[in-house]
Write a protein that binds this ligand. Structure first.
Ligand code: ZN
Length: 389
C-alpha cells in the first residue's frame, strides 16, 4: 500500500511550496511538483491536501507515558497516556520519562509502555531515570542503558533546584553528565542529560558550573520547565546565549498569580535578545501532574498536563503569526529530532520516516500519518488503543 498526498503547501520545515508527497513502506519515497509522481500498477490511497499545509509530525520530548506525579499521595498518581491523546494532537514521536516517583514507577514498565505505543503506531524513545540520583536504570548504569537499549536517548528527567529533587550535589550531577556523554558516544546516541528545573533559587547554577568546571559541552544538557518563572527564564536566556538549548513546557495558559512566562513572551524575549530559535524546544509534560504548592510547601491543587496544549499552541503560533511556519515546525518537531538525534524524524524529504501532519485552512488537524500509516483522516481518528471502546 502506498499513499500519495497531493498538492499540500509543504514545510519540510523549509517552505517547499505546493508539492505531492509519496509514502511507501513507512518512509517518504518522493517529494515532487504536483502531478509529477505516477503510481502505476500499485494500490494507492490518494489524499487531497490542496489548500492545506503539511508539516513534519510533532515531536514531544517530555511525556510521562506511564503517568507521573503522585505528589498528593497514591490517589494523585496520573494515568497512562493513550495513543488517541497523542495522535489527536498531531504528535507522532514522544520521548517518555518517569518523573517524581521512581519507586512505584519502573524503568521496565516505561520501556514496555514505549513498546506498546510503538506497536499502536507512533515512534517512541525514553530517558533512563526519575527525579533522583542515584538514577533508576534498566541495566545498572546510564552508560550501559545508552549503549545496549535502543530506545534510551539520555537520562531524565533528573530534578535540580526543586524541593522534590534528591538534592543532588554538583559532583553527582557532573558524574551523571559524564555517564550521558560517554554512554551517548559509545551507543551512537545524543546522550542528553534532561534536567527538570524547579522553582528553587539555585536555578541553572549547576549547568553554568558544569560548562565552566568540566570538559562536558553545553549541548550535552537541556534544562526543562524553564519558563516556570521569569527569573529562571532569564537564566535560560543566558544559557542559550552561551550556546545551550532549552526545553519549554507548553501547558495551560498561565493565569495570575501564576508566575509562568507565556510562550508568546518566551518567543518575544528570544527575538529581542537575537537568540537562535534552533535552540528552543517545546514539550507538553503530558500525563504529569501539575501540583501547586503554597509558600509553606503544602500541596493545594493538582491537575494533569495534556498533549492537547501542544497542538493548541502550535495553532496559536501559526494563527497569531508569532513565528514563520517553518520556524514553528522547527520548535515543535525538527529541533528535537536533531538535538536528541532521533534518526529519520523531524523532516519531510525522501528517505525520512513518513511522519506527517496535514492542517486545514482553519488550523484544525486534518490528517496524521505515523510511519506511513494514516492515523487520522479528515479530522477523524482512525487509530484506537488496544483497550479502547
Ligand atoms: Zn518535570
Amino acid at each position: 500500500m502506498v499513499t500519495l498526498i497531493r498538492g499540500g503547501d509543504v514545510f519540510a520545515p523549509e517552505p517547499l511550496g505546493r508539492k505531492d508527497i509519496l509514502l511507501a513502506g513507512g518512509a517518504i519515497e518522493a517529494v515532487a511538483e504536483p502531478g509529477r509522481i505516477r503510481v502505476d500498477g500499485l494500490e494507492a490511497e490518494t489524499v487531497d491536501a490542496a489548500g492545506k499545509r503539511v508539516f513534519p509530525g510533532l515531536i514531544d520530548p517530555h511525556v510521562h507515558i506511564l503517568g507521573g506525579g503522585g505528589e498528593g499521595g497514591p490517589a494523585t498518581r496520573a494515568p497512562e497516556i493513550r495513543i488517541e491523546d497523542i495522535i489527536s494532537s498531531g504528535v507522532t514521536t514522544v520521548i517518555g520519562c518517569l518523573g517524581t516517583d521512581g519507586v512505584t514507577r519502573h524503568m521496565t514498565s516505561l520501556l514496555a509502555k514505549a513498546r506498546a505505543l510503538e506497536l499502536e503506531g507512533i515512534s517512541t524513545f525514553i530517558y533512563s531515570g526519575s527525579y533522583e540520583i542515584p538514577v533508576r536504570t534498566l541495566t545498572g548504569s546510564v552508560r550501559s542503558d545508552l549503549i545496549v537499549v535502543d530506545k534510551v536517548v539520555g537520562a531524565g528527567e533528573i530534578a535540580a533546584s526543586d524541593h522534590r529533587s534528591s538534592q543532588p550535589t554538583f559532583d553527582e550531577v557532573a558524574r551523571l553528565a559524564a555517564e550521558c556523554r560517554v554512554g551517548g558516544m559509545l551507543g551512537g546516541k545524543a546522550g542528553v542529560l534532561h534536567l527538570h528545573l524547579g522553582d528553587g533559587k539555585r536555578r541553572l547554577e549547576f549547568l553554568f558550573r558544569l560548562v565552566r568546571e568540566t570538559e562536558i559541552p553545553a549541548n550535552q544538557f537541556v534544562p526543562t520547565h524553564i519558563s516556570r518563572n521569569p527569573e529562571l527564564f532569564e537564566e535560560g536566556l543566558e544559557w542559550v546565549a552561551g550556546g545551550g538549548s532549552v526545553d519549554i513546557t507548553v501547558g495551560p495558559e498561565p493565569v495570575p498569580p501564576d508566575p509562568e512566562v507565556s510562550l508568546e513572551d518566551c518567543i518575544a524575549r528570544f527575538r529581542e535578545r537575537g537568540l537562535p530559535f534552533g535552540r528552543m524546544m517545546l514539550s507538553s509534560d503530558s500525563n504529569g501532574s501539575i501540583p501547586v504548592f503554597d509558600e509553606s510547601g503544602r500541596l493545594v491543587r493538582l491537575t494533569i498536563a495534556t498533549e492537547k496544549d501542544l497542538f493548541r499552541k502550535f495553532g496559536d503560533v501559526l494563527r497569531k503569526g508569532l513565528l514563520p511556519p517553518e520556524t514553528a515546525a522547527r520548535l515543535f518537531s525538527t529541533n528535537a529530532a536533531e538535538f536528541y538525534k532521533l534518526g529519520k524524524k523531524g523532516r519531510i524529504g525522501p528517505g525520512r520516516d513518513a511522519d506527517l501532519v496535514v492542517i486545514d485552512g482553519n488550523l484544525a488537524l486534518s490528517d496524521v500519518f505515523a510511519r506511513g500509516k494514516r492515523m487520522m483522516a479528515g479530522g477523524r481518528l482512525l487509530v484506537h488503543g488496544t483497550f479502547s471502546a
